[in-house]
Structures are given as C-alpha cells and as structure tokens.
Design a protein around this ligand. Structure first.
Ligand SMILES: [Zn+2]
Ligand SMILES: [Zn+2]
Length: 387
C-alpha cells in the first residue's frame, strides 16, 4: 500500500514541478493573485471539486468530503509573492519585474494542490478536508481577511495545519513544536517634531535629530532593562529619516522599527515602555513626539495536541524533529490559530550546502521536497480523519 502510494505521489510530482515553475515565473503581490487563483481554481475543477473564489479578496477554498463523519480539517497554503527583484538567473525566473516568489509560496500552492489530487483519488479518510489557498501573507494579513470574510463559518475546521518551507532544516526533515512557533510582529513609527531652524543657532529650536538619536539609544536598551531576562523579545530600529541640508535643523525626524514577542504580557510591557521612553525624550528635548504602534500579526501559537499529531504524521513520511525553539519571524497563520486549534509546521528544504535564506533575491523553492510536502498533507488528513 505504502509503496504504491509513494509511486502515485512521485507521478504527481513531474507535472507539479512545471506547475510550480509557471507560478514562479508569474508571481503576484498581495491581493493581486488573480492569475494564481485562476490556475488553482482550474486545477481544482479538473479534480471535480467546487472551487469557491474571492474569499478575503483573492482567496480560494475547495472542500472534499468522504464518508459520513462530521469531522473536518483545514490545510492552508499562501499564494503571494514579494516586492523583490529576482536575481536567480533561472530559466523560469520572474517575468514580472520587481515581483518575486522569494518565500516559496509557489511551492506551498503546488504541494497543497498535489495533496488535493492525491486525496481526491485515494479517498482513504472519513470527514471533510478544506483546501484553503490564502492571499497576502507577506505583511498584508490575508489570513485575517479570509476569516473576516466568513472562512470558518462557511468552512468550519476542527483542525488547521499549514507549513512553510524552511531552508535552515535539511530536506527530508519536518519540525514543529507545541506552544509558540513564530513571533508576534509589531511596527512602530515615532515622529519627533521640533520647529526647524538654522544649524548655527541651535539654541533657538528644539533639535529633532538629537532627540531622535537619544530615542534610538534608549529604545535599544528597552528589552534588556524593562523585560525579564527569562522572557524573549526583539526590538530593532530599522529606519530613521530627517533633514535635507548640512546647515538646516530639520523640523521633523521619523524613527521606524519592529518588535517581536511570543507573549502578550511582554508585548504589552514593550509598547507601554516605548511610549514612556518617547514621552521622556519629548520632555527632555522640548520636541513633540507622536507614537504610532501597530500590532499587525499575533504570535503563532501551536495547540499542543495538534503539534503532537503533526509530529506523528511527519514521522511516517520523513525525519520528524521537535523544534527546540520558536523563530522570531512572523506569520499571519497566527490569526487562524486564534480561531481554530492547529499547528504550523516547518518543512526542511536545505540542499546541504550554503543555504540561501527566505526573502533573498537568489532564493528558490526546492522542488525535491514537493513529494515530502504532499505526503505530509496526506498523512495529516488520514490521521485526523481516520476512517
Ligand atoms: Zn515571507
Ligand atoms: Zn512565507
């Protein structure tokens, strides 16, 4: 049984490699995944599945029901590309200048379609699988858009899984953990306003540049001085903008950065401290400081039982490994796990030499792991909806 299954999945992979490369060559940004969604709908229809388009913008969902059980499982793949200029030089490199599948979502889409093809054929489960193709993972909260558009009312899931290709893990390794796996991501923008004036008469205007410099220094000590050493958090200032000339004190300087945490209490503490530091700098420098703090993705928190289920399913198809720690990157699947019990999984795709990281202009999804990804989806379904 296992070996004929393996052969079937290997047969699926050849056309899926072409499919993946076609998606790679035609990448689309968040909420613009029209061609990608059309290709997905077409492939789902070929399987005899009804595709439901336009959920949360460009999202597509199809369901496959077998047997009589009312148990359900959701599998999610993200579809969007990044605003990066591709430098791989591959024959199937992006034909859309400045848009690039630098996060491997082309691979995610292909693996989920492969799983739909296999499951529609073998049908060895009892219950309903929802195949969820999500737009706009890269910073635009497509997961939340789908939820707000009624995803879980229309397609209730008592388990949800998603996975991401992971260059840091070797191909053939699958990893996850109970509890936090990806961080919450917050963005802050702090506007420091003086009045502007002549650089030779600094006593006549609050110095927004100096105030912003103080602010950057203080922000960088915030995690080490305000957060317990037992907790984890990152705060990085990533942008600072102000001034146009050597002899003018600018009227305003903008300081931008990000905060990553795994725990809402720590997240609250950082926001509160950041606001205090900003107020303090304003008072000390005589500037006006405005803080805009945006919590755009929650932490991705795996349900313990679902993570265990994932590791057991993974052990049947590859080398399964308990992840020792979460990653500080973030993921909008966190929104789905707030609504539904499930787990986020890392699918190793390392090639054994110097790995090119995600979001790098020379990154490419490793087609060698397509089959492993399909097998993992199938194993998750057959395990959760065991007939
Ligand atoms: Zn990404
Ligand atoms: Zn990604």
């Amino acid at each position: 049984m296992q070996s004929s299954d393996s052969a079937e999945i290997d047969d699926l992979v050849v056309p899926l490699v072409s499919f993946r490369r076609d998606i790679h060559a035609n990448p689309e940004l968040a909420y613009e995944e029209h061609r990608t969604a059309n290709k997905i709908e077409e492939a789902l229809r070929e399987l005899g599945l009804e595709a439901h388009p336009g959920i949360g913008g460009t999202g597509v969902v199809a369901s496959l029901k077998v047997g009589s059980s009312d148990r359900t499982i959701g599998l999610r793949a993200d579809m969007d590309a990044l605003p990066i200029h591709e430098e791989t030089g591959l024959p199937y490199a992006s034909r859309n200048p400045g848009v690039f599948h630098g996060c491997g979502h082309d691979g995610h889409v292909s693996m989920l379609l492969g799983a739909a093809q296999h499951l529609a054929h073998t049908r060895r489960f009892d219950g309903t699988v929802h195949f969820i193709f999500q737009p706009a993972e890269e910073g635009r909260a497509g997961a939340r858009a789908m939820i707000e558009d009624g995803l879980f009312e229309r397609f209730p899931c008592d388990r949800m899984f998603a996975f991401h290709n992971w260059p840091d893990l070797p191909a053939g390794t699958i990893s996850t953990r109970p509890g936090p796996i990806m961080a919450a991501a917050d963005k802050f923008e702090i506007l420091v306003e003086g009045r502007g004036g002549h650089a030779a008469m600094p006593h006549q205007t609050p110095d927004a540049i100096l105030a912003a410099s103080d602010l950057v220094t203080q922000l960088n000590s915030l995690v080490s001085r305000r957060i317990s050493p037992m907790s984890t958090a990152v705060l990085s200032v990533t942008q600072i903008e102000g001034g146009t000339s050597h002899n003018v004190l600018p009227a305003a300087v903008c300081v931008v950065g990000t905060v990553r945490t795994f725990d809402a209490v720590v997240q609250d503490r950082i926001e509160e401290s950041l606001r205090q530091v900003a107020e303090g700098v304003a008072v000390a420098s005589g500037t006006r400081v405005t803080v805009n703090y945006n919590r755009y993705y929650p932490a991705t928190i795996n349900n313990a039982e679902a993570a265990e289920e994932a590791l057991t399913a993974a052990a049947g198809v590859a080398h399964a490994e308990l992840a020792p720690q979460p990653a500080f990157t973030s993921e909008d699947f966190g929104f789905m796990l707030q609504a539904c019990e499930g787990a986020y999984i890392w699918l190793g795709q390392g090639r054994g030499n110097e790995e090119i990281p995600l979001h790098h202009p020379r990154y490419d999804f490793n087609d060698d792991v397509l089959a492993t990804g399909i097998r993992l989806h199938v194993a998750l379904v057959e395990r959760h909806l065991v007939s």
